[in-house]
Structures are given as structure tokens and as C-alpha cells.
Design a protein around this ligand. Structure first.
Ligand code: OAD
Length: 246
């Protein structure tokens, strides 16, 4: 029997949620692969690889500066807020929510989620290629900026996992997936690994799986349950249904 079937209705349910760009779409932040998405307008090979940064740091900084400015103006939507509520209510019942996001925005945190694992990094942070320190960074970033930790110049980069780099926190993510009773994927196309492989891994461990997305993702056939529509509608409805069963 899938594990969630035993846990729903009891306390101490562990839910692993993976979010992608779709959850922030209604907050005005673009997705990547939709028809008008970021990767339809910008070439990721020129903007989101270590080689691109080495070749043309100014162009890469300009792209992330533009996205950082948009992010600072954006506000969380009903989907982010619903997940923050779910985290609190699950904890009250002795359960836990592990929120793993591919998003580099901080809308989950601003909605009130306490524990957010950013596997692709964070746009409002800078990383030093000299001393590896990570610092909060809310203004434009450029080659003339100095690392606040070691004082080195010309060594700050956006704290973003680029194509060809290894996502962050993978050990913790694997461990948390192993403890889950339910795996839920929200607003992701399921086309970027390793995140796209989590659903197959969850199935292998006989964890129940659920997809909430605008349209069926590349992995839609791997989910036990699916629900399609804008995240601001589907996510609050789904979280209410889960809470009623607790
Ligand atoms: P994608 O742009 O690949 O997919 C976004 C998904 O969200 C699609 O399946 C859309 O159907 C869905 N969607 C759009 N609007 C929605 C809405 N209002 N409600 C619910 N779903 C909606 O974005 P990701 O899957 O997040 O990596 O992309 C994964 C990674 O690829 C990103 O983290 C980024 C990118 O390259 C890096 O930059 C390292």
C-alpha cells in the first residue's frame, strides 16, 4: 500500500514538496519554458553557464540584475501563502513539510515558509569565487563589487546554480525524500534533472505522488494524482483537502 494511504488521517505525516517557476508565475515572475518564457527570449547558454560568465560577465550580471529588480517588486501569491500555512498546521499535528524549490526567488520565505531548500540557489545572494562566502545582495551586482567577507575584487557572482553545475543540498534532499509519505510537485515542467527525477525516485520507494501544474508536465504519467489549473487556485484547494484529512 502506498505510504500516504496509511498516513493521511493520522498525525506525523511527512510531505515533500518540490516547486518550480509555475508557482511564481502569477506573482509576475516569468517561467522558463512556456511560450513567452525566459528561455524563449534569452539564450541560457549565453547567460546561465560558468563558461558564459567567464566569457562575458557584464552580460550575465545584467540578466540577473534585471531579474533581481523584478523579484524585489514581486509579492507572494495565494499558492505560496497556502504552503506556508500548511507547514505550520502540519507541524502542529506532529508532521512536517519539506519544501524544496528550484526557484531562485524568495517568495516562499516572504509568504511565511520557515524552511525552504533552494536547490538552484538564490537570486538575492552573492557568492565569492575567491573565498566561497555567500552574502545577502539586494542591489545590482557587477565586476567592480568587492566581496564583503574577504575584500577581493572582481570575484562576486550571482548565487545561482548554472547549467553544468551541481545543485545544492542534494544529500539532505535525498534523505528527506526517503522520509516522505507524500511527494508533491508544483509548477514545474519536469525537464531539468536531478529535480525531474524525484518523482521516479519517490515511486521506487512506494511514496504516493501528486502533481499540481497548469498543464501536464513531461512526467505527468508518473503521478498517482494530478490536478491542473493555475497554482493560485489549485494549491490552496489541495492544502485545504490535506488539512481536512489530518
Ligand atoms: P519551466 O519554465 O520549465 O516550467 C514551468 C511549469 O510551470 C510549466 O510546466 C508550466 O505549465 C507551469 N505553469 C505556468 N504557469 C503556471 C501557473 N500559473 N500555475 C501552475 N503552473 C504553471 O520551469 P521549471 O520547471 O521551474 O534552472 O524549470 C526548472 C529549472 O529550469 C529552473 O529552476 C531553471 C531553469 O533552467 C536554473 O536556472 C538553474
Amino acid at each position: 500500500m502506498p505510504r500516504a494511504a496509511r498516513k493521511v488521517g493520522n498525525t506525523n505525516m511527512n510531505i515533500f514538496i518540490l516547486t518550480g517557476a509555475g508557482i511564481s508565475a502569477e506573482s509576475g515572475l516569468g517561467t522558463f519554458r512556456d511560450r513567452d518564457g525566459l528561455w524563449a527570449r534569452f539564450d541560457p547558454m549565453k547567460l546561465a553557464t560558468p563558461e558564459a560568465f567567464q566569457r562575458d560577465p557584464d552580460e550575465v550580471h545584467a540578466f540577473y540584475n534585471f531579474r533581481r529588480r523584478n523579484l524585489i517588486e514581486a509579492v507572494p501569491n495565494a499558492a505560496h501563502l497556502a504552503l506556508a500555512r500548511l507547514e505550520i498546521r502540519l507541524a502542529e499535528k506532529g508532521g512536517a513539510l519539506f519544501l524544496c524549490t528550484q526557484n531562485v526567488d524568495d517568495l516562499h520565505e516572504r509568504a511565511g515558509s520557515h524552511r525552504v531548500t533552494h536547490m538552484h540557489g538564490e537570486l538575492r545572494k552573492a557568492r565569492c569565487t575567491n573565498c566561497a562566502a555567500v552574502a545577502v545582495w539586494d542591489r545590482d551586482m557587477g565586476r567592480s563589487d568587492i566581496c564583503p567577507a574577504c575584500g577581493a575584487s572582481k570575484c562576486l557572482r550571482p548565487h545561482i546554480v548554472w547549467f553544468g553545475e551541481i545543485p545544492l543540498y542534494m544529500e539532505e534532499i535525498d534523505e528527506q525524500l526517503g522520509h516522505a509519505d507524500l511527494f508533491v510537485s508544483i509548477g514545474t515542467s519536469g525537464s531539468v534533472y536531478p529535480a525531474a527525477g524525484f518523482v521516479a525516485e519517490a515511486r521506487r520507494m512506494r511514496i504516493r505522488t501528486c502533481e499540481l501544474n497548469l498543464d501536464p508536465s513531461d512526467n505527468a504519467h508518473l503521478f498517482d494524482e494530478t490536478c491542473y489549473g493555475p497554482a493560485s487556485k489549485t494549491v490552496p484547494k489541495w492544502t485545504e483537502a490535506i488539512l481536512e484529512k489530518l
